[in-house]
Design a protein around this ligand. Sequence first.
Ligand code: PAF
Length: 287
Amino acid sequence: MKIITTPAEMQAAAQTLRREGKTIGFVPTMGFLHEGHLSLMRLARGRCDVLVASIFVNPTQFGPNEDLDAYPRDFDSDEALCRETGVDLLFYPTPETMYLEGHSIWVDEDSLSGMLCGAARPGHFRGVCTVVTKLLNIVLPDFMVLGEKDAQQLRVLRRMVRDLNIPVDIVSGPTVREADGLAMSSRNKHLSPEERAEAVCLFQGLEKAKSLFAAGERDAAVLKAAVREVIEKTSGTVDYIEIVDDESLQNFQPLETRHAGDVKPSLIALAVKFSGARLIDNAVLSK
Ligand code: PAF
């Protein structure tokens, strides 16, 4: 595995590979890798000639009061995990080389970014869209693999590559969970032992909503109240619980109507704040 630290060198390597007709698969990450990231890398590994992973804690997707400095980092462990998982090129740039002095161009998604996490984290998706556009221009992948845990990010980035005609396929990988159901996340590290035990409430709440939905419940308020009840038994505070159209992320139609003729699936998504970390999770509701 080769480690590349500058955009220019990474782009030159990618251009050579493309000229040689090699298929490039790409997994962008912010590091502190866990089984969730590794599952995406394995998924990509099976479909490409050259696997590129990036580790870059992107400052522009963190708000002024967010955890940029506290975001966990462990490059030695990440490097070893990438090697074991079959990464060929590890792109590990610095903020200074990614954002040159006077950087002034941004990619802003205008429709899907305003709700759910976007409502609580203004500017977050502008930072994500901008850095992912840059990474795609640097790594020149045939496809990029993203995790389904970040449901809104996945949908925003699908929309971005569609609307900007970026020639890359997006492949998604399922959420990987701990034995009790907690979705794996780099932020779980910040939970106290008590909070870690309670954090399974996101999964439990979603499971409860899914089983009510499977039993025919179509009142979004009832489903959301069922999730809230599970969360409120813990020290976590609900940031949001929403049920929205799986593609548009809007909730313009009552669930009953949306699911009457087996139309489009809905997404149930939630964010819960613990003192150590804000956690997100989601599930797709479909007939
Ligand atoms: O999901 C993440 O880790 C980040 O948002 C991403 C896609 C690597 C962009 O910084």
